[in-house]
Unconditional design. Structure first.
Length: 528
């Protein structure tokens, strides 16, 4: 008596042959150009459907059908297809036109195919007949995967060789840096026309200011911002260190090589080198435009046009005055009156607390600053990570366009998308809210300053006054002549918090109720 059925039931086994006959089809092309030859998406799909019909396979789903590079296996449609196959126990076959349509990652593709086979899923290239049920067929399949990887590497070497030759001839192959524009970005790299923009003209002047030590970096940034070019000190520093601006090309593709570019420089090579000479970093030229008689010149702005104000001396009165650089009518004020008003402003921020208040204030401020900065820190980290990824994506698409792998339509679509996103992300990083990594120490130093603000300013030399002004009011200030008071654009958050808490303590002494959690709404979380 045949008891096989009983043994199958006892051990949960089946002696029947696996009857998985459902299949999925995956099609892929790398570029739009491939749609014009016999590996187009429609052609691949037709070949796979004919094979399924001939062999009695039921096609239940289609994947791919789009443009995906097979250099890696982290493709969206590819991963979706693999996940679907693994999660559906009825899938027995993945049909592809050829093995290079599945992957060009070599050994990793072999590993994926082997893992699928362990789950009962057979990978079939309908135009490359390989029987993977035996060792010889498996080796043949692996050979096809390795051959695809080898072909990819050959293409990459050819592309890299072409790009290095263009670089050696002085052609820049990527998006030019700030201050330049490519007027023919949809043409071949040898036809690109990289010209200086209006921002480039501003940077040309900035290089000269830096060359002659006319202004500090912070002052240069303020001047550029005032003329409509939004930039911070870090990015200005990067620009001053980029040899592209003096006509020199340096690229990781050609390590150790320095190439004369074909674009117009903003600064001569001699001036660029002098900026970075050791002597220029040690010897500091005295700012001729600054004096103790007019210490507010680098921070004071015209209430009419917002330009920085300058000063003059009236010999007959033996008095100094501030006036608008653009000569706005009626915008001048006695230096003595303005200095008195500025001192009154500093005194309004000056701390005068009891011993107990001085003891508990640092802890309260630390709590509020951490509360204000928590979300900013997470957002800044995420923004920086995204900027890095967008720059990589932009470099990839520019490389592919420069070497003719994609047409102008695709390049324009994606490059404009990446550039717009990059500009928005970089704008978010301008004027970060919180940048101190040692909060306790910073609060301690800030409170020390707040206790003697007016004395510090009065006793400092011209450079000390200028430094203190910039720390307290990074965007400068203006003067309300009618009411005789100084008006600020933005105040250092630490100093602003000290005044808010000081006022709160005074209200408590007067018997009023204060909710310290509401103080954050009374300050602007910038400039710390």
């Amino acid at each position: 008596m045949n008891r096989l059925k009983d043994f199958e039931k006892l051990y949960g086994l089946s002696t029947k042959k696996n009857n998985r006959n459902k299949a999925i089809i995956y099609t892929r092309v790398s570029t739009k150009e491939q749609a014009d030859n016999n590996t187009s998406l429609a052609t691949q799909k037709q070949y796979c459907e004919d094979f399924a019909l001939k062999n009695g396979y039921e096609v239940v789903e289609y994947f791919g059908g789009t443009y995906e590079s097979a250099k890696t296996d982290e493709r969206k449609e590819f991963q979706r297809m693999i996940k679907y196959a693994r999660q559906n126990s009825t899938i027995g076959y993945i049909l592809i036109y050829s093995y290079d349509r599945f992957s060009r990652s070599g050994a990793n593709a072999s590993y994926i195919a082997d893992e699928l086979k362990k789950q009962g899923i057979t990978l079939i290239a309908v135009t490359q007949k390989v029987d993977t049920s035996n060792a010889g067929g498996i080796m043949q399949q692996d050979f096809f995967f390795l051959l695809s990887r080898f072909d990819n590497e050959m293409r990459r070497d050819k592309t890299k060789t072409g790009m290095t030759e263009l670089l050696r001839k002085g052609y820049w192959l990527w998006t030019p840096p700030r201050g330049y524009q490519n007027l023919k970005k949809h043409h071949r790299a040898v036809d690109w026309e990289i010209v200086v923009t209006a921002e480039g003209d501003l940077l040309r002047q900035a290089f000269q200011w830096r060359r002659h030590n006319t202004f500090s970096s912070a002052e240069i940034v303020r001047k550029l911002n005032a003329q409509g070019m939004k930039i911070d000190e870090k990015r200005l520093h990067d620009i001053f260190n980029n040899p592209f601006y003096c006509g020199i090309l340096i690229s990781k593709m050609l390590p150790g090589e320095i190439i004369q570019g074909q674009h117009e420089p903003l600064v001569s090579q001699e001036d660029f080198l002098s900026i970075h000479a050791p002597a220029s970093k040690v010897v500091s030229k005295t700012y001729e435009t600054m004096s103790l008689d007019l210490p507010l010149k680098k921070s004071l702005r015209c209430p009419t046009c917002n330009h920085l104000m300058t000063g003059f001396y009236v010999k007959s009165k033996d008095l100094f005055y501030y006036k608008c650089q653009k000569k706005c009518i009626g915008v001048n004020v006695s230096a003595k009156k303005l200095h008195d008003a500025f001192l009154d402003l500093l005194k309004s921020y000056q701390l005068d607390l009891s011993e107990l208040e001085n003891e508990i204030l640092p802890e309260i401020m630390q709590y509020k600053l951490l509360e204000l900065s928590k979300e900013d820190a997470n957002e800044i980290s995420a923004t920086k990570s995204r900027i890095t990824q967008v720059k990589k994506d932009l470099e990839v698409i520019e490389e592919r366009y420069a070497t003719g792998k994609i047409d102008a339509l695709i390049y324009t679509k994606f490059s404009e998308k990446y550039k717009t996103e990059l500009a928005e992300l970089e704008q978010k990083l301008m004027n970060p809210h919180m940048t101190s990594s040692n909060l306790k120490k910073c609060i301690k130093n800030g409170l020390e300053i707040a206790r003697k603000l007016s004395n510090l300013w009065e006793s400092a030399d011209v450079f000390g006054k200028h430094k203190l002004q910039h720390i307290l009011f990074p965007n400068g200030f203006t003067y309300d002549k009618q009411n005789g008071r100084v008006l600020t654009f933005r105040t250092n958050i630490l100093i602003e918090l000290t005044r808010c808490f000081s006022d709160a303590f005074k209200e408590i002494k007067n018997g009023d109720s204060i909710n310290f959690d509401q103080i954050s709404a009374r300050v602007t979380p910038e400039g710390f």
